[in-house]
Design a protein around this ligand. Structure first.
Ligand code: AMP
Length: 210
């Protein structure tokens, strides 16, 4: 099964994507996680991406397409995959369709999680991320201790989860990423999910529609 997860920052894509990919035993891939790891390790790619990621701008299409190309040519993509954070604009989406066609693959589903923008701002300002397992958690559910409830790793606030950068990321989403729902709707593979409610409720809705 090959799936793309769409939705605004903070819609719960990452959390749901990890659960769904585990359930179907397919590879989870997050371009944001890959870029943050590269930045932390100060690699050449990380140095190129750093200022974009930290200010909430999209990194260049060439850079992410290269990451994705390496991934889909590798063995781990064979069983299927769930993409979180890619594609992020129409150029990336069209290129991805082409890349898949070249190797005789097609997407099965595109899941679009929609959440009200006021809820999104609130969620992002309370979001903390685990340094070790990269899962997101919320201080609203009592994780102020700074420890990941999943793996015990250290929680941190992403540099792009500050109010000013959040506003910019939401603008980028509206302008660049939202049009992808139309693109995939035309191919008849779009599933719209209402993303408010508990984590478990949203997972249930997705599983029901897959
Ligand atoms: P995310 O973790 O998906 O919210 O991504 C964090 C940041 O990584 C974004 O704000 C962008 O700077 C960068 N990024 C992640 N995925 C992409 C992509 N497909 N295209 C361009 N930039 C991306």
């Amino acid at each position: 099964m090959r799936i793309i997860m769409l939705g605004a920052p903070g819609a719960g894509k990452g959390t749901q994507a990890k659960k769904i990919s585990e359930k179907f035993n397919i590879q989870y891939i997050s371009t944001g996680d890959i870029l943050r790891r590269e930045i932390e390790q100060e690699t050449e790619l990380g140095l190129k991406a750093k200022s974009f990621v930290e200010s909430g701008k999209l990194v260049t299409d060439e850079l992410v397409i290269e990451i994705i190309k390496n991934f889909i040519q590798g063995d781990s993509a064979e069983k299927g995959f769930l993409m979180d954070g890619f594609p992020r604009n129409l150029v990336q989406a069209k290129k991805f369709t082409e890349m898949l066609e070249e190797i005789g693959m097609k997407l099965d589903h595109v899941i679009n999680i929609a959440v009200d923008s006021s809820e999104i701002t609130d969620r992002l300002s309370k979001r903390r991320t685990c340094r070790k397992c990269h899962r997101a958690t919320s201080i609203a559910i009592g994780n102020n201790g700074g420890i990941c409830p999943e793996c015990g790793g250290e929680l941190f606030k992403r540099k792009d989860d500050t109010e000013e950068v959040i506003m910019h990321r939401l603008e980028v989403y509206e302008k660049e990423t939202r049009p992808l729902t139309e693109y995939y709707n035309e191919s008849g593979i779009l599933i719209n999910i209402e993303g408010s409610g508990t984590e478990e409720e949203v997972t249930e809705k997705i599983l029901k529609d897959l």
